[in-house]
Design a protein around this ligand. Structure first.
Ligand SMILES: [Zn+2]
Length: 113
């Protein structure tokens, strides 16, 4: 379950930012997660809840925005949604030249009191 280590990195960022801004209680953390990051949102929420106990983020809600994976085919010059782990262009059947999105794992916004 790699969600725990991811929750730990998220918490480290939240603690860092809170210190920087003199925040004593974080209420909400917004994160963006790409479908290719293979993170289960529920597992991440649970892990974050557990490890944030007795920290500045105790009781803070984790708002997770899931970003769909998209690939690009340079031959056909199109973007397409990736549904599976096969990154094939729907037009020519070739492998995506580039993964445009889906690997996101970032904090976009932290709310605090
Ligand atoms: Zn193509």
């Amino acid at each position: 379950m790699h969600e725990l280590s991811i929750a730990q990195s998220l918490l480290a960022i939240v603690q860092d930012e809170s210190k920087k801004h003199g925040v004593s209680q974080v209420t909400r953390v917004h994160v963006r997660i790409g479908t290719l990051s293979a993170i289960v949102p529920e597992a991440l929420t649970f892990s974050f809840e557990v490890i944030s106990e007795r920290t500045v983020a105790e009781g803070a809600a984790l708002d997770i925005e899931v970003v769909s994976a998209r690939g690009r085919c340079d031959d056909c010059n199109i973007d397409f949604k990736i549904d599976t782990t096969l990154f094939l262009c729907p037009q020519c059947g070739g492998i995506a030249s580039e993964i445009i999105s889906g690997k996101e794992l970032e904090i976009t916004h932290i709310e605090a009191e």
